[in-house]
Each structure stands twice: as C-alpha cells, then as structure tokens.
Design a protein around this ligand. Structure first.
Ligand code: PGA
Length: 240
C-alpha cells in the first residue's frame, strides 16, 4: 500500500483530485469507480474547478458508483444519485449516460445487483476505484461480518453505519436499512484503488490498515491483498 499522509482535509482533497485528474489525462476514457459521503466532497469541488479552468475533460470518462441506498427514490435528497449530480456530475462535461449507479428504485434488488455487476464485468472492471472508509472499516457498504460477498449485492446496514449516516437525515429512523453495493471482489478487480480518509473518527479503521493481517471484521483490511492501493489520509486519521 502506498501511504500519503497530509496535514488536513484540504490537502487530502488536493492530493485526491491530482491523483484522479492525472489518471484521466493519461486515459481520457477512464473507467472510474466513484464514492459518496463527506470525504470526497472537497476533492469533487477541485475536480469541478479544474474543469472550469479548462484543465480537465470528462467527456469520455465513464463512472460507476460503489453503492446506493435500497430502496430509495432517485428524487430523494439523500439518494446517492442526487448526491453525485449535486456534487459532481451537474458541474462537469460528463455525458449523463456515462454515469452509472445501482438503481435504488429497482423492484427486484437482487436482480438489480446482478445486472450492475454484469454491466461492470462487461466493461472489464474499473481502471481506478475511489473509496472512503467507514468508522467500522467498511468499504462501499461491505459491512464487517464473518463472510463478505464477492459481487454486487443487497446488504443490511449495521447500526454503526445507520448512526454515522443519520446526520444527513431527519432522524436515524429515516435512514434506509439496506443498500445495493459493489462486493469486495468488484472493488478488488479495479486496476488501481485510491482510498481517502480524514478525521480522528477514522483513526481506528486506518490503524487496522497498517499491519500485515486481514480480517472480514474490518473489510478494508482486504485491500492489503490488492497490488496497487494508494491511501491518502490526514494526520488526524493516521495518528489519531
Ligand atoms: P464518509 O463515509 O465519507 O461520510 O465519512 C465514508 C464511508 O462510510 O465509506
């Protein structure tokens, strides 16, 4: 794993944006796995700025998001499709048809999960997958468990994740209890992985990435088995 430890959230956003923009310059038709949550918002803002300055072209990039709540209406303010439009897609020149998320409105969640995996397999998996990390070490919505799913699937959110995400909702009761998420295998088949983390509350999860062990109890530790992972984290996440 390549570690880049920076001073704060702002520097994390800059390092993350530089990383992704350099990959897009090298390969304009990049297959890019994207993530939601608070962590990448500053980085997305810098990517928008780069586009506005004429330094970035997203017209051929194809994006595939990690996950989406299930079930959820696309029009719901908390849907990840709304999040992506608001925080990135509506402000850059990526054609709407090049952006993909699991469909939270699908009638049959399992069928949607299979179709999403098949679509990703068809294009040959991601060139670069962006990840955040949960306080409990989840990646996407692959929550700590005895067993983890390899492929895209419907999953129940843990209490910890529901509590962590409640800040975006009127109350914890309003947080959807299920999600569609890429599996650990979907993520691991990316050629390159960029994980971003900031803040003291991510320290325990980041600490677990430093030693030589893996455990499904902290799903992000499985990234140690991947040959090309870069972690950009701030001092608070790295040192606690
Ligand atoms: P956050 O979520 O960026 O909102 O902290 C990250 C995650 O849960 O993967």
């Amino acid at each position: 794993m390549n570690w880049i430890v920076v001073n704060d959230e702002k520097e994390m956003a800059k390092a993350g944006a530089d990383f992704l923009l350099s990959r897009i310059i090298n390969k304009p038709e990049l297959l890019l796995g994207l993530a939601t949550g608070s962590t990448p918002v500053g980085m997305y803002r810098l990517m928008i700025e780069a586009y506005r300055k004429g330094e970035a072209d997203f017209s051929r990039v194809r994006t595939y998001n990690l996950d989406e709540y299930y079930p959820i209406l696309k029009s719901d303010v908390n849907s990840y499709v709304r999040f992506m439009r608001k925080n990135l897609f509506d402000h850059i020149n990526i054609p709407r048809e090049n952006t993909h998320l699991p469909n939270g409105e699908a009638k049959d969640g399992e069928a949607e999960a299979k179709a999403y995996e098949a679509m990703i397999a068809e294009v040959g998996y991601m060139d670069v997958q962006l990840l955040g990390i949960g306080q409990n070490g989840h990646i996407g919505f692959n929550e700590p468990d005895d067993k983890l799913c390899v492929n895209t699937h419907v999953t129940a959110l843990t209490e910890n994740t529901v509590a962590a995400n409640a800040r975006f909702f009127d109350s914890p009761d309003c947080v959807p209890k299920h999600a569609l998420t890429m599996g650990i295998g979907t993520i691991m088949k990316a050629k390159e992985i960029l994980l971003l983390a900031n803040g003291k509350n991510k320290h325990a999860a980041i600490e677990a990435l430093k030693d030589d062990t893996v455990t499904t109890a902290i799903p992000a530790t499985l990234l140690k088995l991947h040959p090309n992972v870069t972690i950009v984290c701030d001092k608070a996440a790295f040192e606690g």
